[in-house]
Write a protein that binds this ligand. Structure first.
Ligand code: NAD
Length: 492
């Protein structure tokens, strides 16, 4: 890999088209270290004209890549996984600087990307059913089978909160399926994706199969979605932009996968292991400084253990070590930008104004230039308040009492979103009842948000459309075609 040393006076190339790195035709972006609020690097970016060039390259590369053997594509993915593993330390260090993630969080991000490329390398050699032997049809006069084929050129658009993970979850299955791709990272965090693009290039993919376009969402992202040469769009990001992507794609009846926001619940039952429940609450709302689509920021606690849970949780939240990820002691880093910090602080003020009681936190970290907000817990949160209903995307937890399962289910499901839920209970029966009744795409029982590439990721209601990971992640980049043949009609 050509290593990138951040040097703000030397903009790095953020545009890879047809195997060639270039300055692109967009503006030069300044990337900021959120822990210090200081510039970290400058990046040359793409314009919509570069999108046209990248689509041309990806279309040219498509037939050979689509029809390459699954084993060949798998070998490329394995080399990408090996390349990420070999550069793990540099990627982690860059992630810590560009995202402000503490080391353990950056390591999870990079480790998950390796596991995802390995998983799809394995899956494609087992699962690429080019022509299914047969499908039983109720007429002996016909043979029926189906073909699964790559859906074409894929436009992949990702956010800033888990740059490596969200990128790997799209790039690995898309390449495995035989799609050629255009990847657009978020403006705020392009640096690890630029490193990843070098790794992908070094893995020996043919020119044009993988193209990188760092650039503005409103120009480059929009141009990717609107380009008639893009066959499929896979988008992860906010609901506001997701709706725009869907509307633009609809004009060409273009398939889209959407991974959007959440406002998820942790349900702590009265029989739960209290210490584990507190740990689940901490991880569910303060990991990545709460900048998680899957944050369980609505914490519902059964009334019998409410006072004990609240006391332990508030004490643990207040004791979290917040700061720049310079030492292993740091447990929570900054928010990604000043805009995000101001947004979260304004939600906190709105919560107070609505009558919710702030038990701890609720402030910027004193004496720091970086974009820190202290771990915050609200109690007595009004049902119709913005902090209860909207995705804050920061370290803000809202507590609520419930009396029985029916009430917990009603409160948890009373949301526009439906991404995840966590349940803390020692009763298998209660876990089953809750898991079945919750309108969400993923349920964790007594476990932190463990993610395996083998299981699905995605939500119900306004949290999105489609699923990533597992075989479903591959299917998102494939099309199904059935073939029915009249028996005895062949001369050979
Ligand atoms: P965002 O919607 O602002 O940006 C996401 C991406 O879309 C960026 O690359 C951006 O440049 C691009 N973009 C912006 N305008 C565009 C347009 N008009 N057309 C096409 N692309 C455009 O989101 P964000 O602030 O980067 O990320 C935070 C959001 O992402 C949160 O809502 C979070 O819940 C969500 N998210 C969801 C998941 C999931 O798996 N469900 C995972 C991570 C983040």
């Amino acid at each position: 890999m050509t290593m990138m040393t951040p040097d703000i006076s030397q903009p790095v190339y953020g545009v890879l088209i047809n195997g060639v790195w270039s300055a692109g035709q967009g503006e030069v972006f300044t990337v900021v270290n959120p822990s210090t609020a200081q510039p970290l690097a400058t990046v040359h970016t793409a314009s919509s004209a570069d999108v046209n060039l990248a689509v041309e390259a990806a279309r040219k590369a498509l037939p050979a890549w689509k029809h390459a053997s699954p084993q060949h594509r798998a070998d490329c993915l394995k080399r990408i996984a090996q390349g990420i593993a070999a550069a793990k330390d540099e990627l982690v260090a860059m992630q810590m600087q560009n995202s402000g993630k503490p080391a353990f969080e950056a390591e999870l991000d990079v480790g998950d990307a390796i596991a995802t490329f390995e998983y799809y390398a394995d899956l494609i050699t087992r699962d690429d059913r080019q022509l299914e032997a047969s499908v039983d049809v109720p007429d002996d006069g016909f043979d029926a089978g189906y073909l699964l084929e790559a859906c074409g050129v894929a436009g992949l658009i990702v956010p800033w909160n888990f740059p490596m993970v969200t990128t790997a979850w799209k790039v690995a299955p898309a390449l495995a399926a035989g799609c050629t791709v255009l990847l657009k990272p978020a403006e705020l965090t392009p640096l690890t994706e630029i490193m990843l693009a070098h790794i992908i290039q070094d893995a020996g993919l043919p020119a044009g199969v993988f193209n990188l376009l760092v650039g503005a969402g409103s120009e480059v992202g929009a141009a990717i979605v609107e380009h008639p040469g893009i066959d499929k769009v896979s988008f992860t990001g906010s609901n506001a932009v997701g709706r725009k992507v869907m509307a633009a794609a609809a004009r060409q009846t273009k398939p889209v996968s959407l991974e959007l926001g959440g406002k998820s619940a942790l349900i702590v039952c009265g029989d739960a292991d209290l210490d584990n429940a507190v740990d689940l609450a901490l991880k569910g709302v303060y990991f990545n400084a709460g900048q998680m689509c899957s944050a369980t920021s609505r914490i519902l606690v059964e009334e019998g253990i409410y006072p004990a849970f609240r006391e332990k949780f508030v004490a643990a939240a207040a004791a979290l070590v917040v700061g720049a990820p310079d030492t292993d002691a740091v447990e929570m880093g900054p928010l990604i930008s000043e805009t995000q910090q101001k947004r979260v602080l304004s939600y906190i003020e709105a919560g107070k104004a609505a009558g919710a009681v702030c038990l701890t936190g609720g402030q910027a970290l004193a004496g720091q230039a970086g974009f820190f907000v202290t771990p915050t817990v609200f109690d007595r949160v009004p049902d119709d308040s913005a902090i209860w209903r909207e995705e804050i995307f920061g370290p803000v937890a809202c507590l609520r009492i419930f009396k029985d399962d029916a009430e917990a289910i009603r409160i948890a499901n009373d949301s526009d979103f439906g991404l995840v839920a966590t349940v803390a209970t020692r009763s298998q029966q209660r876990a089953n009842t809750l898991a079945r009744a919750l309108h969400v795409g993923m349920v964790w029982v007594n476990s932190p948000q463990v993610i395996f590439p083998h299981t699905s990721w995605g939500g119900m209601k306004q949290s999105g459309i489609g699923r990533e990971l597992g075989p479903w992640g591959l299917r998102a980049f494939q099309q199904l075609k059935h073939v029915v043949t009249l028996k005895g009609s062949m001369a050979d």
